[in-house]
Write a protein that binds this ligand. Structure first.
Ligand code: F0G
Length: 455
């Protein structure tokens, strides 16, 4: 059955398409890093699903009428109600985006030498842990590293790995345990309610606070509803409140399932931790009733939280991702299975089997896709998640994927059909794609600023 868009289009943004020769020249000038392209140089932009959502008329309307005030504007109270209705939390702090939430929380909770276990850290989370002197540990189930296997909840934490770590380290060096829902790094894969519950109870047995990285909480809840036993008849919001009920707190980037273009949040249950976070947030983000944002942005988040948790929206959203994934599979393109919540991840190691990970196959694929078609994906592989040893040798990431993230409510199925056609055509001439040599890389968060040249 088709699940059409639960909205119609009221305003459009024109797209610009350059010639192949222009794209080739521009990308070479920008060091083959698609982050350095101007949006105008991109035809279909699947760089990220973050901050790229189309907001609704109700969101724009609420922004226009929101009071602008340093303290106590009405949008704060709208958001307070939404956070309580959707997440079941009464204490929260707004910040300008998700990584600011990580910065505040980790600055307050982490000390040098600490370890933070997570199913998988996203790049900014990983960098924020390291920035505060900690070690981020990814303890996801092994299936997450196998792109071909079909597992319903491929984002689950491996409970045995977590138990081993807890037995070895105890609570002294582990200030918090995190779970990222959905697991963006390895395919936008969901975490089951059973797993959330189990991690929560292991954390509480050891007296360690348990936090969700809740950027894509609504998409995760949709997968629980559609895949986990006992949840098919439950309302999405009931599932979300249950997910959050097991957590002592959460970090959130409203740029994803908040359906807004900016904003983030920390939710905390503990009074003392909340006060410590507020004290720091006031110094680096702002007063609690606007924290890091204009008051109108809070109104957009409040409306967005209600909109992203409607079943018909989530059905449409998951339907778009599946549509693109199915077309690609029919065309023989190797993808991470099953497709996740916000993106299709193309497995560059199987797409380009002759290019070794140290030659950045997913970066090569991302660059060539842009040159051929004007489509911008992003490398999530050895550039984003690899390391270098003391002698500067590249230690590859466990996978090399090109992520095609689908912005929320932005592109039509025809756009996605174009993406599939272009990528399938590129697959047919994959032998022409060459590996990449990295000519520049910053110390942290490699993929934003790195530069390359074809080998
Ligand atoms: N956590 C996860 C799981 C994320 O995917 C992101 C951002 C963040 C935290 C940080 O949020 O961008 O608001 O500071 N992911 C974006 C992406 C950038 O493209 O996947 P932020």
């Amino acid at each position: 059955m088709t699940t059409p868009e639960p909205f119609k289009i009221k305003m459009v943004e024109h797209l610009n398409i350059l010639s192949r020769a222009e794209r080739k020249r521009i990308l070479e000038e920008r060091g083959y890093n698609v982050f350095k392209l101007k949006a105008d140089e991109v035809y279909i932009d699947l760089l990220t699903d973050s901050g790229t959502s189309a907001m609704s008329d109700e969101q724009w309307g609420a922004m226009l009428t929101a009071q602008q005030s340093y303290a106590g504007g009405d949008s704060y109270y709208l958001l307070e109600k939404a956070v309580s209705d959707i997440f079941g939390f009464t204490k929260f702090i707004t910040v300008h985006q998700g990584r600011a939430a990580e910065n505040v929380l980790f600055s307050v909770m982490l000390s040098d030498g600490d370890i933070v276990p997570n199913n998988m850290h996203f790049d900014t989370t990983k960098a924020n842990v390291k920035h505060k002197g900690g070690t981020p540990l990814d303890l996801v189930i092994d299936d997450a590293y196998d792109p071909g296997t079909h597992v319903d909840f491929k984002g689950n934490m491996d409970l045995e790995k977590l138990q081993r770590l807890l037995d070895e380290e105890g609570r002294d060096r582990i200030p918090l345990i995190m779970l990222t829902v959905t697991n963006n790094t390895a395919g936008g894969q969901p975490v089951s309610m059973e797993n959330i519950k189990a991690v929560s109870s292991m954390a509480s047995e050891h007296g360690i606070p348990f936090f969700l990285d809740a950027c894509r909480f609504a998409e995760n809840a949709y997968f629980i509803k559609t895949r986990e036993k006992g949840y098919s008849d439950k309302d999405i919001r009931e599932i979300i409140r249950e997910m959050l009920s097991y957590a002592d707190g959460f970090t959130f980037s409203a740029k994803k399932d908040g359906l807004t273009n900016s904003g983030g949040m920390i939710g905390v249950k503990d009074d003392e931790l909340f006060n410590r976070c507020i004290d720091l947030a006031i110094i680096i983000e702002g007063f609690p009733t606007y924290g890091g944002l204009a008051c109108r942005d809070l109104a957009a988040i409040a409306k967005g939280l209600y909109e992203s948790t409607k079943l018909e929206y989530l059905e449409y959203r998951a339907g778009q991702v599946k549509y693109l994934a199915d077309l690609l599979k029919e065309g023989g393109v190797p993808i991470v299975e099953p497709p996740g919540g916000h993106a299709v991840f193309v497995d560059a190691r199987r797409f380009l089997p002759d290019i070794p990970p140290v030659q950045f196959p997913a970066q090569a694929l991302t660059a060539q896709l842009y040159i051929e078609s004007g489509i911008r994906g992003v490398e999530l592989g050895t550039c984003a998640f690899g390391e270098t040893d003391g002698e500067g040798n590249i230690i590859p990431a466990p996978f090399d994927n090109m992520r095609l993230a689908i912005p929320r409510r932005v592109y039509t199925l025809n756009h996605l059909k174009y993406v599939a056609e272009q990528l399938i055509s590129l697959y047919d001439k994959r032998d022409e794609i060459r590996g990449m040599e990295r000519t520049y890389s910053p110390e942290l968060l490699g993929h934003f600023m790195s530069e390359f040249r074809p080998i």
